[in-house]
Design a protein around this ligand. Structure first.
Ligand code: SME
Length: 160
């Protein structure tokens, strides 16, 4: 029998405790793997399973568009133009977008009508944004500064 070394441990307690242990496991996993797509796939899965979000994934910068990358959750839009939606705004503004109510965000792209709040974090590599990490929740105001800080810390692991 082959036993997989990869096993996700989810901390008990609050958001901070969960992110703290999640971060350590993501850092350890990425230390042993250089392929960006493989890392995006596992990072999306680990965040998704730890918190039970509605949709967790990456869009990668390809020319003037963001193209869907590894994700967990329901079917999503394949391409997002520069500056469009929450994802395109995070790319253009080069800053994390925390959206408490997606219906109040002008130009929000509704890939799923069940999505109510969202966070999009730019992924930097060598001074350029190469992707965004997008997380959707089916509840209002799921994301706050704790999520922003930890998720920004997690995507820094791609900058190497
Ligand atoms: N809502 C995003 C589009 C991507 S999906 O949520 C997966 C946006 O407005 O950019």
């Amino acid at each position: 029998m082959i036993v997989m070394a990869e096993e996700l441990i989810i901390a008990q307690g609050g958001k901070h405790e969960r992110y703290s242990l999640l971060y350590k496991q993501i850092a350890a996993l990425m230390e042993g793997e250089s392929d960006q797509i493989a890392n995006m796939a596992n990072v999306a899965a680990m965040i998704h399973v730890t918190f039970g979000f509605w949709w967790t994934g990456f869009y990668r910068v390809q020319g003037e568009e963001l193209v869907l990358g590894p994700f967990q959750g329901p079917l999503a839009c394949s391409r997002i133009r520069y500056g469009r939606g929450v994802c395109g705004t995070a790319w253009r503004e080069a800053v994390t977008q925390v959206v408490e109510d997606v219906e109040l965000f002008p130009g929000h792209i509704a890939c799923s009508s069940l999505s109510r709040s969202e966070i999009v974090v730019p992924v930097w590599q060598g001074g350029e944004i190469v992707a965004v990490l997008d997380i959707d929740s089916e509840h209002l105001a799921t994301f706050d500064d704790v999520d922003r800080q930890w998720l920004e810390q997690i995507v820094k692991l791609f900058d190497r």
